[in-house]
Design a protein around this ligand. Structure first.
Ligand code: CU
Length: 174
C-alpha cells in the first residue's frame, strides 16, 4: 500500500500549495468546488459571495480532508466558522436537508455515539484579512459514498459538536 500512501501524500501536498490549480485525481480522491449555496437566504451574510474547494483523499483506513474557502466578506476577518461533513445533500435554502453530521458511531449504531474530531469530519476555519479560510482534518475512517454536504455554521464547533445556525454549504458527491 506504499504507492497509495505516497499518492495520498502527494495529492494533499498539492492541494495545500495550489488553491485554484487543478489537482491530479485518482479513484480514492474526491473533489468538489464551486459557489457556496446559501442556507440562510433571508439575511445577508459574510458567505454570500464565497466559493469553496474540497479535497478528500482516502487510503489505509484514513481520510485527509482539505477545505479552502475564498471570497468571504472581509468584515468577517478573525471570525471562526464551524464546518463539518453532513450525511445529507447541500440544498440551497434548506439547511435541514443536509441532515446530521456524518458520525461513524451513529452510522454503526453505537450508543452513546462519540462526538469529536475522530468520529466526525470537522473543518472549522478562521477568516483571514483577505477573506479566505482554510481547514484540514485527518480522520481514522473512510466516509461512505453518497450525496453529502459540507455545512458551514455561524459559530465555532463546541465540545458537543454544536456550531449554531447553518449558513451555507458545498455539495460533495462520490
Ligand atoms: Cu455541521
Amino acid at each position: 500500500m506504499t504507492g497509495l500512501k505516497l499518492f495520498a501524500t502527494t495529492a494533499v501536498l498539492a492541494a495545500t500549495a495550489l488553491v485554484t490549480a487543478p489537482v491530479a485525481v485518482a479513484a480514492d480522491a474526491v473533489t468538489s468546488q464551486g459557489a457556496l449555496r446559501d442556507l440562510a437566504p433571508a439575511a445577508a451574510g459574510p458567505l454570500d459571495d464565497a466559493r469553496a474547494e474540497l479535497l478528500m483523499v482516502s487510503g489505509d483506513g484514513h481520510t485527509a480532508v482539505h477545505l479552502q474557502v475564498q471570497g468571504i466578506d472581509r468584515t468577517a476577518a478573525g471570525r471562526t466558522f464551524g464546518a463539518h461533513l453532513h450525511v445529507g445533500p447541500c440544498v440551497a435554502g434548506n439547511g435541514a436537508a443536509a441532515g446530521p453530521h456524518y458520525n461513524i458511531d451513529v452510522l454503526a449504531g453505537r450508543t452513546p455515539p462519540r462526538i469529536d474530531e475522530t468520529t466526525e469530519v470537522w473543518l472549522d476555519f478562521t477568516v483571514t484579512p483577505g477573506g479566505t479560510g482554510h481547514a484540514y482534518a485527518r480522520v481514522p475512517f473512510v466516509p461512505l459514498p453518497g450525496d453529502r454536504a459540507i455545512v458551514i455554521h455561524q459559530d465555532p464547533t463546541d465540545d458537543h459538536g454544536v456550531a449554531g445556525p447553518r449558513l451555507a454549504c458545498l455539495p460533495v458527491s462520490w
